[in-house]
Ligand binder design. Structure first.
Ligand code: C6P
Length: 402
C-alpha cells in the first residue's frame, strides 16, 4: 500500500501543504466515492421503494445493493442491516427500541468511562426511564477495559452490555469477543460501538456473536449522513420501530397499523439514498486495499510518531500502548485549544477538546487533550511535519511563559 499514491485519490489533499490528522472525527473522501454520489444525483436522483418507473427501480437496486455490500462487509445477513444517519442514531435506536422495551428496575446495564457520549447517554436515558441500574466497568491503570475487570461487574442482573470496540480517545481495542461470550453466559445482550473499528479492521459479526453493532460511513471514506445498525434478526423481529411514517408501515387503519419486517420498519421516510450508495463505494475502496495493509500502515505511523513525540520535552502521551492509529497527548502547561490553533497555522488539522467522551477525559484528570488520528492517506512525511510543529509549538509557548 503506497500512501503517497493514495493521496492522489483525495481531492482535499491537492493542497500539498495540508496535513490531515483528524480521521477519527471524519475521514477524507476519495474521488471514487464522490463520483458515485455524483452519478446518483446526475443520473438517478429519485426516491426508492415507491416509484413504479424504471428510474426508481434503478435507484432502489443501487440502494439495496449497498445494503448487500454492507452485510458482506461485516458478515451479517442482508435484513440485519439498518441504514441510519450515523453511529449515534444507530446506538440510540438500540437503546430506545431494545432498552426501553426490555429493561426494568431489576436489571443492570454495563457501560464504561471509555465510551463516546453516543454510547453512554442513550443508556443513561434508558436507566432514568426504566430505573435499570447503570454500572461502570472499572478501567485498568492504563484506562483500558479488561476482561478481568469486566467479570467484576457482570452478574445475573446484567441485561445489556454497551461498550466500544475501539476507543476514540485512547485508540485501545477492547477485548469485545470475550466480553460478548461472557455476557451471553448470563443472558445479556451486547451492543458494540464500532465507529472507530469499522474504518480500520475487519469486523465479523458472526464470529464476534454480537447482538448489535453500530458505525458511521463518514469515518470510513463514505459520505456524511449515513450509518449502520446491525442487529441479530431474532432480536430485531420483536423490537418496535422508534420513528413512524412513510414506507415503514404495512397496513394502516384509523386507529392502528402494522409494520414491515426489519430492516424497513426501522427506516422511516425517504432514506439516505445517496449516502448508502456512497458507502457502498467506500467499502469497495477499503476492500481493494485490505484491512491488513491499512492497519499495519496506521500502526507504523503511530509508533513512529509516538517515539519522536516522547523525545520532545514537556510532551505527555496518554495512550503509549494503543494498538491503533490514535495518539492522545498534551504539551504540559499549554491548553490544547491554544496548541491546536498553533498547529492550524502550519496547516495541520487535528482535534483538541474532550472528543465527545468527557468521562475518559475526567478519568485522565485533565481538562482536554490533543488527538492525532492516522489513516491510509497519511505518510511518514506527515508525521515529520507534525513532530516539527509540536517542537515549535512547545518552544513558542515556553518562550512566552506558559
Ligand atoms: N467520534 C470523534 O472525533 P457519529 O458522530 O454519529 O458519526 O459518531 C459518533 C461516535 C460514536 N462512537 C465513537 C467511538 C465515536 O468516535 C463517534 C464519533 C468523533 O471522536 C466525533 S465526536
Amino acid at each position: 500500500m503506497d500512501a503517497y499514491l493514495l493521496k492522489k485519490d483525495f481531492p482535499v489533499l491537492d493542497d500539498k501543504t495540508l496535513v490531515y490528522l483528524d480521521t477519527a472525527a471524519s475521514s477524507l473522501k476519495p474521488k471514487q466515492v464522490i463520483k458515485k454520489l455524483d452519478e446518483y444525483y446526475e443520473k438517478y436522483s429519485v426516491n426508492v421503494h415507491r416509484g413504479v418507473y424504471s428510474l426508481s427501480y434503478v435507484a432502489t437496486q443501487l440502494y439495496e445493493e449497498s445494503r448487500r455490500k454492507v452485510s458482506e462487509f461485516i458478515n451479517a445477513d442482508f435484513d440485519e442491516i439498518i441504514f441510519t444517519r450515523g453511529a449515534s442514531s444507530a446506538l440510540n435506536l438500540v437503546a430506545t427500541s431494545y432498552g426501553l422495551n426490555n429493561l426494568t428496575s431489576e436489571d443492570e446495564i454495563i457501560v464504561s468511562e471509555l465510551e463516546h457520549h453516543s454510547q453512554v447517554l442513550p443508556w443513561q436515558n434508558v436507566s432514568n426511564i426504566t430505573k435499570a441500574k447503570l454500572i461502570y466497568v472499572p478501567l485498568n491503570k492504563e484506562g483500558r477495559i479488561t476482561v478481568e475487570n469486566f467479570k467484576k461487574v457482570l452478574n445475573k442482573k446484567t441485561k445489556v452490555v454497551a461498550l466500544n470496540y475501539v476507543s476514540n480517545v485512547m485508540g485501545y481495542v477492547s477485548p469485545i469477543k470475550e466480553i460478548i461470550r461472557l455476557s451471553h453466559e448470563v443472558g445479556a445482550v451486547v451492543s458494540v460501538d464500532a465507529a472507530q473499528a469499522a474504518p480500520h479492521m475487519r469486523i465479523d459479526v458472526k464470529d464476534l456473536d454480537c447482538d448489535f453493532l453500530a458505525f458511521s460511513g463518514h469515518k470510513m471514506l463514505g459520505p456524511t449522513g449515513i450509518g449502520v445498525m446491525f442487529g441479530k434478526k431474532e432480536l430485531l423481529k420483536d423490537m418496535p420501530p422508534i420513528e413512524f411514517g412513510g414506507d415503514m408501515n404495512d397496513n394502516v387503519n384509523l386507529y392502528d397499523a402494522s409494520w414491515k419486517d426489519s430492516p424497513y420498519k426501522f427506516e422511516t421516510g425517504t432514506p439516505p439514498i445517496a449516502g448508502a450508495i456512497g458507502l457502498g463505494a467506500a467499502i469497495d475502496y477499503l476492500n481493494n486495499l485490505g484491512f491488513e495493509n491499512i492497519s499495519t500502515h496506521e500502526k507504523k505511523l503511530k509508533d513512529y510518531a509516538v517515539e519522536k513525540l516522547l523525545k520532545i520535552e514537556d510532551i505527555i502521551v496518554y495512550n503509549k500502548t494503543s494498538e491503533t492509529g490514535i495518539i492522545t497527548f498534551n504539551i504540559a502547561g499549554v491548553h490544547p485549544h491554544d496548541a491546536v490553533t498553533f498547529f492550524d497555522g502550519d496547516n495541520i488539522c487535528m482535534r483538541a477538546g474532550h472528543h465527545c467522551a468527557q468521562l475518559i477525559i475526567k478519568w485522565l484528570e485533565v481538562v482536554a487533550t490533543l488527538r492525532v488520528s492516522f489513516y491510509l492517506y497519511n505518510t511518514i512525511e506527515d508525521c515529520d511535519k507534525f513532530i516539527e510543529s509540536v517542537k515549535n509549538a512547545r518552544d513558542f509557548f515556553k518562550s512566552v511563559g506558559f
